[in-house]
Design a protein around this ligand. Structure first.
Ligand code: HEM
Length: 402
């Protein structure tokens, strides 16, 4: 009785019946488990947000405290190691699931008209997911975090025209230090989550607006005769989420998250490695040295991304499953095999020369580093910022105080 009363109250005020009818609309007939990958990606995004919010209770984005805070979370906080494990391995799972989701869309040519915008927002989401990975890697402020970021920023600086500016904005000055860590933390916990949830909202709006594309096997009549989205598909998605969570929880419990020694900017012998999903890019740099460096650092990644972004406008062939599209099949296979081989080579190879050069540069104290060090002795805390006050400004401020 009470339930019926609440239902009536809500129905009179909200379009719940229309929503119910919409959610119960049948999906296309041929839908398989691969169609749950998008929902799994969404689940992981929410899990990352939840575990990240918990970690933020204890984390402190400063070179003096970050490493200690992460050690404290892993060793002292109840369930800290588990939650950190979920967040760490969840990030890798997110990359795997999003890439599988992308491949499923390619497999059934679901990016073709009218779903071009759904695809474009998807590619932007892929970039955001990689952005989460890159900015999160610095936060523990251990050796691998520091040196991988040195190389990452060095790579960004090779972009023609804007490279130096982009690198300076990323670092928040001329060196990787306190401001860089604050910036990466802000990007990781504020900018990227807002962007991600905004883009997911638009992506899902398009998904619902155009309806699921199903597989190319569907005849036009079969497009509206499958099982309903709610409760059938939702049930399958939730089962998938539970299985994924159990696997992640087991990994988080039994595989410790690595944490190296605290970052040492003078350790020129360090062999920097990015997170595994950036290894293929890292390996690519080896084949383009000297004046050709820019091909590996900028040209190939940028052209690759642009081709991916505009794929629906480049591939105008009829909709069909991937193995019935020989060109698409060849290109996709070459890309997948190329990325896998480069990743394996990157993971097993020796120190990178390009990275070496970046390290040498950074570990030699420049005039500016020395200046900063001197200032640090005088005005501890303030010196890490680029915009230090001039003597006149300090005098002016004192005069105002008096
Ligand atoms: C955080 C990342 C992402 C989330 C949360 C997400 C979520 C979803 C969901 C829930 C669906 C509907 C279910 C399904 O078809 O699997 C979907 C469909 C779709 N997604 Fe994503 N997605 C993400 C990334 C991507 C990426 C990287 C691409 C491709 C570059 C992409 C392209 C598409 C397309 C074209 C559809 C429509 C498929 C169809 O109608 O058959 N998405 N996405």
């Amino acid at each position: 009785m009470r339930y019926a009363g609440i239902k009536q109250f809500l129905n009179e005020r909200l379009p719940l019946e229309a929503l119910d009818t919409h959610l119960r609309k049948p999906l296309p007939k041929h839908i398989n488990l691969l169609f749950s990958l998008g929902s799994l990606a969404m689940f992981l995004l929410l899990l990352q947000a939840a575990t990240g919010a918990f970690l933020a209770f204890y984390y402190s984005p400063s070179p003096e405290h970050a490493h200690n805070a992460v050690t404290y979370i892993s060793e002292e906080v109840p369930f800290g190691a588990f939650v950190r494990g979920l967040h760490h391995w969840g990030a890798s799972a997110m990359v795997i699931i999003v890439v599988l989701h992308l491949l499923r869309v390619v497999l059934y040519s679901s990016y073709k008209a009218p779903r071009e915008l759904t695809w474009i927002f998807g590619v932007l989401l892929l970039l955001i997911v990689l952005g989460f990975g890159f900015t999160g890697y610095l936060l523990p402020w251990d050796e691998k975090a520091y040196w991988a970021t040195v190389v990452g920023v060095e790579i960004a600086s090779t972009a023609p025209g804007l490279g130096d500016f982009v690198a300076k904005v990323m670092r928040g000055g001329s060196e990787i230090g306190a401001v860089t860590l604050s910036r990466f933390y802000a990007l990781h916990t504020i900018w990227l989550p807002w962007l991600a949830f905004g883009l997911v909202g638009v992506h899902l709006f398009f998904v619902r607006y155009y309806g699921s594309s199903g597989t190319p096997k569907n005849t036009p009549e079969e497009m509206k005769t499958g099982k309903p989205f709610y409760p059938h598909q939702v049930f399958e998605d939730v089962v998938g989420m539970l299985i994924l969570f159990v696997i992640l929880a087991a990994v988080a419990l039994f595989v410790p998250v690595p944490l190296e020694d605290v970052a040492d900017p003078t350790n020129a012998d360090y062999d920097p490695r990015p997170e595994w999903y950036f290894l293929f890019l890292f390996q690519l740099l080896k084949y383009f040295q000297g004046p050709f460096e820019i091909i590996g650092t900028f040209v190939i990644p940028t052209v690759g991304m642009l081709l991916l972004l505009f794929l629906p406008f480049i591939d105008r062939s009829e909709r069909a499953v991937l193995w019935k599209r020989p060109i698409a099949l060849t290109v996709t296979s070459l890309c997948v095999v190329g990325i896998v081989v480069l990743t394996i080579l990157g993971g097993t190879s020796k120190k990178l020369e390009t990275a070496d050069a970046a390290l040498q540069e950074t570990s030699q104290p420049t005039e500016q580093t020395q200046e900063t060090a001197e200032t640090e002795e005088i005005e501890e805390g303030e010196a890490v910022f680029d915009f230090q006050l001039t003597e006149e400004e300090i005098e002016g401020a004192k005069a105002v105080e008096e």
